[in-house]
Design a protein around this ligand. Structure first.
Ligand code: NDP
Length: 333
């Protein structure tokens, strides 16, 4: 047995979660059984979808249970192995974050090589985050060179990559929205053609000014007024990849927007939701292309790293409040 700590769901939030939503609990971690490994986590991801898992509703991932640990993407070092193919010292990507130590079936862990890329990138730009941006833009929205793209939450992990991939793939114009002047400056630095702070007036007006000739693709991370504004400026046969609707994750009321869905008809728009988990077939192609862009310095990525498992709840709450630039991570140990 190993002494460890884990973050449990203390209670289900209504509206915004608070520090009291979580509890840090000391636990005894069992030794690994046959085919299993004991892993000491070194990094974990906090992600917006985890908010949905705090609700007791049927969804595409099961809800977290009150009094049980949260889980999610993490990277850890194998401490003890009873599995072929994994040895102590190996670094693995797996799904049991929110704890110091995890016992895993070796089949549910994927070895990652810290000599090939920084460990954090396997959770971010080269991991689920990057694939979400790549698959959503190129496959779901069927982006084509010469088109104009708008992406919301554009200074976040997924959104920032969407904009940069669109530019690398020949976008005529890329517009991003974000929640502060500093984030807007960052978007301009990494190559967005125009960016605006969505607090500076109605999104519809800001978007019209940033994309006066309209847009072909909207990559939606936010929903609500952002989606309504995008529908307003989409050109005929435009496409929307609905990736997330973070403006609604803590809402207790139904959204007030979009109010203009009838535009779908006259403009013959395609609005398509997607889950990155349905796009695993693109992983090798994505990793090959993204690794090349990173080697050549053609993609820049930001990370916001919070230290300590005990601060993971605060990292998650900070993500929902927009305190992150790029991928929000927690360093453990
Ligand atoms: P981000 O790094 O983008 O972090 C979330 C950001 O959302 C914050 O930094 C904040 O930035 C912004 N935000 C929070 N509240 C609001 C609001 N009310 N209005 C506008 N912006 C807001 O997270 P990810 O890149 O991990 O995720 C981005 C989106 O993609 C999320 O909606 C998520 O659920 C979704 N997602 C979907 C996947 C799928 O398979 N469909 C997979 C992965 C992510 P700001 O300061 O700009 O407000």
């Amino acid at each position: 047995m190993t002494d460890g700590r884990e973050i449990q769901l203390a209670s289900r939030p209504t509206g915004w979660p608070t520090p009291e939503t979580f509890s840090l609990v000391e636990v005894r971690v069992p030794d690994p059984g046959p085919g299993q490994v004991l892993v000491r986590n070194v990094l974990m991801s906090v992600d917006p979808y985890m908010r949905g898992r705090m609700n007791d509703v049927k969804s595409y991932v099961p809800p977290f249970q009150v009094g049980a640990p949260l889980d999610g993407g993490a990277i850890g070092e194998v401490v003890t192995s009873r599995a072929d193919g994994l040895r102590p010292g190996d670094m693995v990507l797996h799904g049991l974050g929110w704890r110091d130590y995890a016992v895993l079936d070796a089949a549910s862990a994927r070895r990652v090589d810290p000599d090939l890329a920084p460990l954090s990138t396997y959770l971010g730009v080269l991991g689920m985050t990057g694939l979400t941006a790549y698959a959503g833009l190129l496959d779901v929205a069927a982006f084509r060179p010469g088109e104009t793209v708008f992406v919301s939450a554009a200074a976040g992990a997924v959104g920032n990559l969407v904009g940069q991939i669109a530019k690398l793939k020949g976008a005529a114009r890329v517009v991003g929205s974000a929640g502060s002047a500093a984030k807007v400056r960052r978007l301009e630095e990494v190559g967005f053609d125009a960016a605006f702070d969505y607090h500076d007036g109605a999104v519809a007006g800001s978007l019209r000014a940033a994309a006066p000739d309209g847009i072909d693709v909207y990559f939606d991370n936010v929903g609500g007024d952002h989606l309504e504004a995008a529908l307003g400026v989409l050109r005929t046969h435009g496409r929307v990849a609905v990736c997330g609707m973070i403006s609604q994750y803590n809402s207790t009321e139904p959204p007030a927007a979009p109010r203009n869905l009838a535009l779908l008809i006259g403009k013959r728009l395609t609005v398509r939701g997607f889950l990155v988990s349905d796009h695993g077939h693109l992983r090798d192609q994505f990793v090959g292309e993204m690794a090349g862009w990173l080697r050549e310095g053609r993609i820049r990525y930001d990370e916001t790293v919070v230290d300590g498992l005990e601060n993971a709840p605060e990292a998650f709450l900070g993500l929902l409040r927009g305190e992150n630039l790029g991928k929000m991570l927690v360093r453990l140990g």
